[in-house]
Write a protein that binds this ligand. Structure first.
Ligand SMILES: *Cc1c(COP(=O)(O)O)cnc(C)c1O
Length: 399
């Protein structure tokens, strides 16, 4: 009996990829072994985060970095750092920001449930731009001048959600923000691969960038990366680490926290509830090394072969299969199965539900259901479970 069965939980076939609600990405053996080994000794966490900072700064081309409890946590920590700097009084008061600037300007079209993480630190979001294209009421996206027009005495920073199609371009926004001495915090949680994004997003001059550690990097699901300006990373880590020490004894590595700029030791900060374990930090660093070395690229062709087998199994079913492939040699392909709902007599939503209800439960990616499409993300597929997955889908389509 497997470990999940021992606790009465049935493992599923995950065809949805690194989604959080299904437990994230599969961790490579090297990452799991590192986790295990790290668990066997104790280390001071500020020294470990300083070592992490070195690895992350090399991987991202930034001054410094830290391992957070996910990208959302990195956004809360980054926001907190921008709100407080090294001001211990402000650190103590978060998430209440009475008496100091706490507005973050953000494009209305970049709002999402994830910005709760920014608001959680105490920031108030000020929206600019419109969703005119989605509303079918115009042709323009958010423009840089709109941010500038929103800046005022209460502005603390800018939040930007990165994607290759985000507008205005990040460089342009960084330029406008920096002209007003305002820092830019970037949510790039899911923007890997390509691994060039590790460096190119920060190279725009963005002050802080957040990545997920548990998506394509394949570290522990509960890890993330915050990287950027050394002073801001210092302020963030001071609000993350356990701070119960004597000032005379407290000796954080200067590369991480500049103790000379502090008038004392902060109390436990707003990030204390987002603590990251030594094992998670080490595992994330090993995963990051694998990711940056291109070790995952060899899985792209294997994923293609597995998806081709599914297409082959469905060749006589009332579906149209097509492969979505960025073709960058790093990103996994995605199989799109468009269902002829009239011929099958059931909709994609219903089929998705019966796949989940079957044995073993199968969770396909649900992003295309309203368009009558099942999406298959091959991240968790093996030669073994691909056969089962393909056969189960075939049965659902030919009842
Ligand atoms: C996944 C994601 C997050 C959250 O990342 P976690 O590492 O799960 O905390 C935040 N923002 C965006 C845009 C994401 O896609």
């Amino acid at each position: 009996m497997g470990i999940y069965e021992q606790f009465g939980v049935t493992p599923i076939i995950n065809a949805s990829g690194a989604v959080t609600r299904l437990g994230g990405a599969p961790m490579p053996d090297a990452v799991l072994n590192a986790f295990n080994e790290a668990a066997r000794a104790s280390v001071p966490l500020e020294q470990l985060q300083a070592a992490a900072s070195k690895v992350i700064s090399e991987a991202t081309g930034t001054e410094a970095g830290l391992v957070s409890a996910g990208a959302a946590s990195a956004l809360t920590l980054g926001t907190a750092a921008i709100l407080t700097g090294y001001d211990l009084g402000r650190m103590e008061r978060l998430p209440h920001c009475d008496g100091f600037p706490n507005e973050f300007v953000v494009a209305r079209e970049q709002r999402s449930g994830y910005d709760h993480a920014v608001r959680a630190a105490g920031a108030r979001l000020v929206e600019v731009g419109f969703n005119e294209i989605v509303a079918n009421a115009g042709v323009r996206r958010t423009e840089a001048w709109e941010y500038k027009a929103a800046f005022g005495p209460n502005t603390a920073g800018v939040l930007y959600v990165y994607s290759p199609t985000s507008r205005p371009p990040l460089e342009e926004l960084v330029d406008v923000a920096h002209r007003h001495q305002l820092p830019v915090l970037v949510d790039a949680a899911g923007e890997l691969p390509p691994r060039s994004n590790l460096k190119s997003i920060a190279a725009t001059g963005a002050d802080l960038v957040a990545f997920s550690g548990g998506k394509s990097i394949r570290g522990p699901q509960s890890t993330g990366i915050l990287c950027g300006r050394r002073d801001l990373i210092g302020a963030a880590v001071a609000q993350l680490l356990d701070m119960d020490d004597h000032l005379e004894l407290w000796n954080p590595p200067a590369s991480l926290i500049d103790k000379t700029t502090l008038c004392g030791i902060p109390r436990h900060g707003i990030g204390r509830g987002f603590k990251v374990s030594k094992e998670e930090i080490i595992a994330l660093l090993v995963a990051l090394q694998l990711f940056t070395s291109g070790a995952y690229d060899e899985e792209v062709s294997k994923a293609h072969a597995r998806l081709d087998r599914i297409v082959d199994t469905l060749k006589n079913s009332p579906v149209t299969c097509s492969m979505r492939d960025k073709g960058d040699g790093e990103s996994l392909p995605l199989l799109e199965i468009a269902i002829n709902e009239a011929a099958v007599g059931r909709g994609a939503m219903e089929i998705c539900q019966s796949l989940r209800n079957g044995v073993p439960p199968i969770y396909v990616s649900h992003g295309g259901l309203r368009e009558g499409k099942l999406l298959i993300n091959p991240l968790h597929l093996t030669d073994g479970n691909t056969e089962t997955l393909a056969e189960r889908i075939r049965q659902e389509l030919n009842p």
